[in-house]
Write a protein that binds this ligand. Structure first.
Ligand SMILES: [Zn+2]
Length: 364
């Protein structure tokens, strides 16, 4: 069994549809939970019996009341799966694996599950995915090959929706042609590979920032709560989502390329939290999406069967000479590593990526 997770490319209408289904799941889960709590206080019932009662109440009473009419327009598989989730939550609680189930809130992660009631469906290796009972949606990247699966979970991370499902193979049939690579992540150049390939930073923020500043000033001068101010706020949020979509697109292309090309990938495990504390660097770093890079690379390496090695963040990758191992202080503004011992003169980032490539797990 292998889990595949793909980023969906949704338009506004489709994103709204997803949000509605996530809301549906939350409402059903919460109704089920409170009904169950009520029934439990009235006497002992088995989980399945309780769930069946909940289903009856929902189907017979609630779904027929006008204020719940919206539910009938959404996939009924969401509702079935929400109750399965509730049942699982209770069995985990009883086996001591987790606490008592709590009400799902709008602030929790938005997600829901649908399945095909006619058994497994075939997913073709194309740019779109047909999700049972929901429809066909565009993908950021095409599927690698044809798959068969039955249950699909949709979840929202940041501003993006993902679909994940399980397939019955060990891993995707990809054979990476190249052995190993070290990657240095930086502010000036986003990724420098130890084979001297360079990837520039996805940096649309600077340009968009001027535009944002103008709009923000405009909004502050407009009457609070007015229509015009609302329009300005809409423009601001559009720029924000364009920036993040552009950045994620570039990161997806880079991380897919890496996971499909190299058998072994080594990167430094950046202490993102520590860096965020430093205010000046913080903006640059969150902007460049190191965290997102690591997140994507981690799941794609799993997906394509590549190995990802995260190196201790205190490893002196910039201070060490990749040729002779000499260590010296390296101010950040120096672009070249000039080794006083062996005389090697090499690009600062390339030197670091070679050190990352040559890094070995210290034996305990
Ligand atoms: Zn040297």
């Amino acid at each position: 069994m292998f889990s595949v997770k793909l980023a969906l490319k949704l338009n506004n209408r489709e994103a709204t549809l997803m949000a509605k289904h996530a809301g549906f799941r939350r409402v059903v889960f919460n109704m089920g939970l409170s009904l169950r709590t009520q029934m439990y206080s009235e006497g002992k019932f088995s989980d399945s019996k309780v769930i069946n009662e909940v289903k009856k109440v929902l189907t017979n009473r609630v779904k027929k009341q006008p204020e719940f009419a919206w539910m009938n327009q959404l996939s009924s598989r969401v509702y079935q799966n929400a109750l399965i989730d509730l049942k699982d939550a209770f069995s985990r609680y009883r086996s001591g694996k987790s606490g008592h189930p709590t009400l799902a809130s709008r602030r929790n992660k938005q997600s829901f599950t649908v399945d095909s009631s006619n058994g497994k469906v075939v997913l073709s290796a194309v740019n779109t995915i047909k999700i049972p009972t929901l429809g066909t949606f565009r993908l950021h990247e095409p599927l690698e090959c044809n798959f068969v699966s039955q249950t699909f979970t949709l979840s929202k991370e940041g501003s993006h929706w993902f679909v994940s499902f399980c397939v019955d193979v060990e891993r995707l049939p990809i054979q990476q042609l190249q052995d190993s690579i070290g990657i240095d992540l930086g502010v000036k150049v986003f990724a420098t590979l130890s084979n001297n390939q360079v990837f520039d930073a996805p940096k649309p923020l600077k340009r968009a920032k001027t535009k944002l500043a103008i709009l923000q000033r405009q909004a502050s001068k407009q009457v609070n709560g007015s229509n015009n101010q609302g329009k300005t706020y809409n423009k601001i949020s559009q720029i924000h989502s364009r920036i993040s979509a552009h950045r994620k697109d570039l990161l997806h292309k880079l991380t897919t390329y890496l996971a499909k090309t190299f058998k072994l990938i080594k990167i430094e495990d950046l202490n993102v939290k520590g860096m965020m504390a430093n205010h000046n660097l913080a903006e640059a770093i969150s902007d460049l999406g190191f965290y997102e890079f690591k997140r994507q690379l981690t799941y794609k390496c799993q997906m394509y069967g590549a190995s990802l090695v995260l190196i201790d963040q205190w490893f002196p990758s910039s201070k060490t000479c990749s040729h002779c191992g000499n260590k010296k202080d390296m101010p950040l503004n120096l672009r070249t590593y000039d080794c006083p011992v062996c005389g090697r003169s090499i690009d600062h980032d390339l030197n670091a990526s070679l050190n990352i490539l040559n890094w070995e797990q210290p034996s305990a």
